[in-house]
Write a protein that binds this ligand. Structure first.
Ligand code: CO
Length: 196
């Protein structure tokens, strides 16, 4: 018996629909991927990279983790960035956060969440680095602003990786963008944090 049969059924329908619209789509895609974008986003199920920007398979290389954090010692994230920049030669790296991020909320409350508290430390650092900007705001405003500040901080972290620094030194055209997504209306906002 196939487990989660409904998901396999949906998969067949989805693949058929794509093949009906564009015969040869999968065979063409199977030969190579050439995405222009690397998406670094939150693991949140409400923020699926391809769907938000309405792009089909093959167009976005994706890394997601809780609260879209780029940590300089995270081999997973760094490997994704390196492969995307050096091998796939993406032209844009998009760090996309979202309002209502559970990771940001959890970092700001004072309860314990287990292992993840170690990961959320990085968000607490963003709060500490921006303590003046966050001071005096109401709880919701503070969380929203921290979601934005976190994106900007992670954009800066991407820029400071040896991978991106070396790419720029080699004269490669590569832009790092900071975006935020509103889960209440499905709209993306550019935080004007783009660095080239
Ligand atoms: Co989130």
């Amino acid at each position: 018996m196939k487990l989660l049969k409904h998901l396999f059924d949906r998969n067949l329908e989805w693949a058929d629909e794509i093949k009906r619209k564009e015969p040869g789509f999968f065979s063409k895609l199977s030969r190579q991927q050439a995405p222009e974008y690397l998406w670094i986003g939150c693991s949140d199920s409400r923020v699926p990279a391809n769907q938000i920007v309405d792009l089909p398979p093959g167009e976005v290389f994706v890394h997601r983790n809780i609260a879209n954090v780029v940590v300089h010692t995270d081999l997973n994230c760094l490997s994704v960035i390196q492969y995307a920049v050096d091998v796939l030669k993406v032209k844009h790296i998009i760090v996309c956060g979202h309002y209502g991020c559970g990771g940001i909320k959890a970092a700001m409350d004072r309860t314990e969440h287990g292992l993840i508290d170690n990961w959320l430390r990085h968000i607490k650092d963003v709060g500490r680095l921006n303590v003046e900007e966050l001071r005096g705001l109401g709880h919701e405003e503070k969380l929203d602003l921290l979601c934005e500040l976190n994106v900007k901080e992670q954009v800066s972290n991407v820029c400071n990786t040896t991978i991106v620094q070396n790419a720029w030194k080699r004269g490669i055209e590569l832009a790092i963008h900071g975006w935020i997504y509103n889960i209440e209306n499905g709209i993306l906002k550019d935080l004007d944090a783009c660095i080239t």
